[in-house]
Design a binder for this molecule. Sequence first.
Ligand code: MG
Length: 382
Amino acid sequence: MLRRDFIKTSAALAAAAALPGCKVPASGGGTDALVLDWRPYTGQLKYTFTIATYSRTQTPLVLTRLRWKDYVGYGEAAMPQYLGESTESVTAFLQKVSEQVLPRHRDPFRMEDLLSEVDALSMRDTAAKAAVDIALHDLVGKILGRPWWQLWGLDRENTPCTSYTIGYDASDDIVNEKITEASWTKVVKVKLGMGEQEDKRMVNLIRARLDTVICVDANQGWKSKEMALDMINWLAERNVCLVEQPMAKEDLDAAAWITERSPLPVIADEACQRLADIPRLKGAYHGINIKLMKCTGMREAHKMATVARALGMEVMLGCMTETSAAISAAAQLSPLARWADLDGNILLSNDCFDGMRLTNGKITLNDRPGIGAEPLKPFEKL
Ligand code: MG
């Protein structure tokens, strides 16, 4: 380690140690190499998850652990099939990070350099990159003894309520069962795009039982801009707060036409993967849905929220089906978001982390350093 880096690291540790209630563990003994481990994990869904393009009952995950001296950070990749990543591709990518990037770094605080090198390894692999990014953020937060919401200077009172997703089902009985399970939430999210008749049936079933606000996600499922606008006008009379991705992500002209006429905010999800996508979406959508697995993790997600807000666009925070590790990581940013859809951990029957909690549906950020989540078992046994 260079002398100036050593002084910087020592000063950060001393500053963290001086903060009240902040315990900095002894860091002697270990090596100063960054060591990455990973474990494949299968996220089991409580219900079959059906959206306009496919159905699934499981989500492949890869859990990561990054060690430096005596500190440990945790991260995660979630790979729903539409992202095009798999356990094999994530594992191969993490191997590359271990062999080609980490040996060049001894200082976890140089996150910009380290994560830029990880990003440069490939054009895609965004979930695999997020698994490294989240673990590094967790590690650095733990070295500093502070959670990221605090390191970013955010007010944890300003978190939104999370929505809870009710997926499509052809059976009224199953939809009603899901509605009963969602009765605690302040905001329901419903997946549409199955055709006008089925979409209205889903909303009517929910509206008959719950008077909460509804977020609608069409997942690119509406086939014409006129039909989409008719649906949005119908939804606007039913206490709906926003519509996500009404039409195909490539069709910016249709999105702009709808957004210009829509009484509800129109949010880009599939159309907005990374930071560089945002400028061209201004004017075509009212806002963007930021997800760690799409955008390579917390570092870029924070930049995306900043850029979107600077462009006068709304920010929504979303997720894949993820454990409380990645959900807690995303939740650190939630004071920057108007809406949050961070329910991936609740949709799992085998969440293996304890992290961000909900209080009457509102995201409640804890004081734990880093991403605010810890594994329920030793990493080797997950
Ligand atoms: Mg969506």
